[in-house]
Design a protein around this ligand. Structure first.
Ligand code: MTE
Length: 310
């Protein structure tokens, strides 16, 4: 992964940001209101609201402007630079099959639309801290990853959850770069995957997730560096052994499996003490576990062990 850029393409005139009205995406209506919809009693999907979970608000920070968050991206499948939004439009997200396999009672496949009929959507405002030292605050729409784990019915022997992005070099030119270990792979322990903060995202700013941000379904694990939050997921596999992740495979001395945010553990090539919020003039100090320590620190047996912070 390259250094944080010195130029700041996102630095546009500052103005106060207000959240868009919270609206449901088309898919979302299937989730919560399927039966009612048939009766004609519900408003059009775009007018129905997903409830905001007041527990996750990031009060100390301003929401990142939508036009910045959706156009300043890391999505190596579409290029190793930030301006991939246009190229990512080539991704076909409908239909979108998801496979659940490995150490589960019975492997199965389903479409993301069907998955959304089985979950309840909510909105959460999360901080996101990239390992490159830029950050953002966005309102995600989605549901707890724990709910997917529940639907998957893993066996007692499952200790990890591996997740994978689509593989389609025809659509995603970045995947023709043979030196990367495609498809993008990430993993969590079962304790992390079932933690209340681990969130599967299907929308942002009250709209369906844009392709640049990992449509139709991506992960948000806000206490870890952004590369753990894998985009456009097609496969969830429960395993006994720790999965080898994409960035570990590329450079394991720089990007480890755990990747918990810690300002006191520098990246081998740069400091992690400060971060640059997208669209803001000043850098701010980075917090341990990206400010979520009170909820997640107990997941890690020894906080002095730097292995948990790479
Ligand atoms: N997922 C896939 N499949 N491919 C990627 O290149 N980049 C990761 C993560 N998920 C990446 C990915 C990194 S490094 C970050 S910081 C976030 O996505 C960026 O998310 P954003 O573009 O929505 O801000």
């Amino acid at each position: 992964m390259p250094h944080v850029r010195r130029s700041r393409p996102w630095q546009l005139p500052e103005r106060l940001v207000t959240s868009e009205p919270l609206v449901l995406g088309r898919r979302s209506i299937l989730a919560g209101l399927g039966a009612l919809a048939a009766s004609g009693l519900v408003p059009r999907p775009s007018e129905a609201a997903v409830p905001r979970n007041p527990k996750w608000t990031a009060d100390d920070r301003k929401l990142t402007r939508e036009d910045l968050a959706t156009t300043y991206n890391n999505f190596y499948e579409f290029g190793s630079h930030k301006q991939i939004a246009k190229a990512a439009e080539a991704l076909v997200t409908k239909p979108w099959r998801i496979r659940i396999e490995g150490l589960v009672e019975k492997p199965f496949e389903l479409d993301v639309d069907e998955l959304l009929t089985k979950v309840e959507l909510e909105e959460r405002i999360y901080r996101h801290r990239c390992v490159e030292a830029w950050s953002m605050v966005v309102p995600w729409t989605g549901f707890p990853l724990a709910r997917l784990v529940e639907l998957a019915r893993p066996l007692g022997s499952a200790a990890f959850l591996e997740m994978q992005t689509f593989l389609d070099p025809k659509t995603a030119p970045g995947q023709r770069a043979f030196w990367y270990p495609w498809p993008y792979t990430e993993g969590l322990t079962i304790a992390e995957a079932t933690h209340e903060l681990a969130f599967l995202v299907t929308g942002v700013y009250g709209k369906p997730l844009p392709k640049s941000m990992g449509a139709p379904i991506r992960l948000a694990v806000p206490w870890k560096y952004g590369f753990k939050s894998i985009k456009s997921i097609v496969r969830f596999r429960f395993t006994e052994e720790r999965p080898k992740t994409f960035w570990e495979e590329v450079a394991d001395h720089e990007y480890g499996f755990w990747a918990n945010v810690n300002p006191d553990v520098p990246h081998p090539r740069w400091s992690q003490k400060m971060e640059q919020p997208l669209g803001e003039a000043e850098k701010i100090p980075t917090k341990i576990f990206n400010g979520y320590a009170e909820w997640v620190a107990h997941l890690y047996p020894d906080l002095r062990d730097p292995v948990y912070f790479r």
